[in-house]
Design a protein around this ligand. Structure first.
Ligand code: KIV
Ligand code: ZN
Length: 520
């Protein structure tokens, strides 16, 4: 019989910690709800001691998630553990996750602690966490570069202090699959009291081996696999959830293993995380990339037409991948639209169907064909994580090859008052963004602007993603329109609305993001 491994998602912590991947509180809650729908066993919601903003976000996630464990990361200190417990105590199933480094280089140069002191600090931290929370995970940071016998000693001590999970991370992505599998088997076999705790692994992708190492560890007996959506995470990222889960699902018979994730929610989760972080998924990314199910070569297409199994080891439907085929047209009614939303995995009860249907009709008038991708983009784009401080009222651009571009824009603020400005720029987008800056009276920096198409074809919807920064903090925004300039303006305003909301909701000192905290 297949054994069940636990999937521990850390998109909201290790993923969010990566440069340019930050999410605001509302976005974290939105992603957390989707992770719950996806069926992960554990979600790590953040690092509460990093900032009051992070603590508030973990608290908000803990309050809404009911069907999986919500974990908070803490260094092995009382202050961190107090903050971690404050953040997750409201969860239906809380977990405190504490860690300390165990490799010679980390102990000597970062912690400046002798090995005996590290063992003592680890056990004390777990014992302290245990006074609040029955479920406590301990991680030995940089474990793959630690002495295996020392790891057994640390894990033995923390299990004795009450740890329910011990985690062996390949923090710097240094391990090789065969070596990592052997390390897991050795530490599992030689840790005193190991039968009382679960064994977890957490791999980084510096050598592109995070998923391979995770699979090797699972085969060697790991019970819990830590990973992130789209492989986001520090530096080259973490092991990608979708690749691990589909590896397990596709090779279940060989591996003798399964997990509880609902694979049909994978694509929607990947799209949502990409939307809120503004980090695009590479087209050839396994499982969720745009080309993951595209068959270009004639010989492949021939095989696929004869029998899909010739070139497809998993079906697009099994990961909830959306096809590009025409599904609805301008004569489709609201009922058909609502049914389509359901078949795409959305719950109409969570959506403003009237508004979406009105926008679908406008789109169907402009486009010849409306596909699943278009509908999904409408829904994902319409989910408001923050209130509209500013709304686009109207715009006009004048641009050409032998003159500077100018843009006139009118925005309405939340009290309904309109402001209009004109600006000149190096091209229409620059002119438009400069005019918006004049209206909101802030000198924002544009860190990146990207444009993509939701579908193929000349009438495709344009999807713009922008990253802006103000006072050293970055925000993302996304905009959708059949006009690329309008999509860009909408994305810029969405990023501004995120910024305005966060600046008004959280004090300046609370805005420091988790990634800057020492020791992680
Ligand atoms: O990579 C790592 O070692 C971590 C730990 C804090 C679990 O993220
Ligand atoms: Zn990590």
């Amino acid at each position: 019989m297949a054994r069940t491994v636990q999937i521990f998602d850390t998109t909201l912590r290790d993923g969010e910690q990566a440069p340019r991947c930050s999410m605001n509180l509302q976005e974290k809650v939105e992603v957390a709800k989707q992770l719950e729908r996806l069926g992960v066993d554990v979600m790590e919601a953040g690092f509460p001691a990093a900032s009051p903003g992070d603590l508030a976000a973990v608290k908000a996630v803990a309050a809404v998630v009911k069907n999986c464990v919500v974990a908070a990361l803490c260094r092995a200190t009382k202050g961190d553990i107090d903050a971690g417990w404050e953040a997750v105590k409201g969860a239906a199933r809380p977990r405190i996750h504490t860690f300390i480094a165990t490799s010679p280089v980390h102990m000597e140069y970062k912690l400046k602690m002798a090995p005996d002191e590290v063992v003592r600090r680890a056990a004390e931290a777990v014992a302290y966490a245990k006074t609040f929370c029955p479920d406590v995970e301990f991680s030995a940071e940089d474990a793959s570069r630690s002495d295996p016998d020392f790891l057994c000693r640390v894990f033995g001590a923390v299990i004795e202090a009450g740890a329910t999970v011990v985690n062996l991370p390949d923090t710097v992505g240094y391990a090789l699959p065969d070596e990592f599998g052997k390390l897991v088997a050795y530490v599992k076999a030689n840790t005193p009291g190991m039968e009382k705790a679960m064994f977890s692994v957490h791999c980084h992708d510096d050598l592109g081996l995070a998923v391979a190492n995770t699979m090797a560890a699972a085969a060697a007996g790991a019970d819990q696999l830590e990973c992130t959506i789209n492989g986001l995470g520090e530096r080259a990222g973490n092991a990608s959830l979708e690749e691990i889960v589909m590896g397990i699902a596709t090779r279940k018979a060989y591996l003798g293993m399964e997990c509880r994730v609902d694979t049909t929610q994978i694509y929607a989760t990947s799209r949502l995380v990409s939307k809120v972080t503004g980090v695009k998924v590479q087209p050839n990314k396994a499982v969720v990339g745009e080309n993951a199910f595209a068959h270009e070569a004639g010989i492949h297409q021939h095989g696929i037409l004869a029998n899909r199994m010739t070139y497809e080891i998993m079906t697009p439907e099994s990961v909830g991948f959306l096809s590009n085929r025409m599904v609805l047209g301008k004569h489709s009614g609201k009922h058909a639209f609502e049914e389509r939303l359901k078949s795409l995995g959305f719950d109409p009860a969570d959506l403003d169907v009237e508004d979406l249907f009105a926008r679908f009709k406008v789109l169907a008038d402009k486009k010849k064909t409306v596909s699943d991708r278009d509908i999904e983009a409408l829904v994902v784009g319409s989910s408001k994580t923050v209130p509209d401080t500013w709304k686009l009222d109207r715009w006009v651009v004048n641009s050409g090859s032998s003159l500077s571009s100018t843009c006139t824009i009118r925005l309405a603020n939340k009290s309904g008052e309109s402001r209009e400005e004109v600006a000149v720029g190096d091209g229409p987008i620059d002119a438009a963004f400069t005019a918006v800056n004049k209206i909101i009276r802030k000198d924002l920096e544009l860190d990146s602007w990207e444009m993509g198409a939701v579908t193929e074809g000349e009438d495709a919807q344009g999807e713009a993603t922008v990253k802006i920064s103000y006072d050293g903090i970055q925000w993302n925004g996304r905009g959708l329109s059949t006009d690329v300039i309008e999509a860009s303006i909408l994305a810029y305003i969405a990023a501004i609305n995120s910024m305005e909301w966060e600046l008004s909701a959280v004090s300046p000192s609370a805005r420091k993001r988790a990634g800057n905290v020492e020791g992680v």
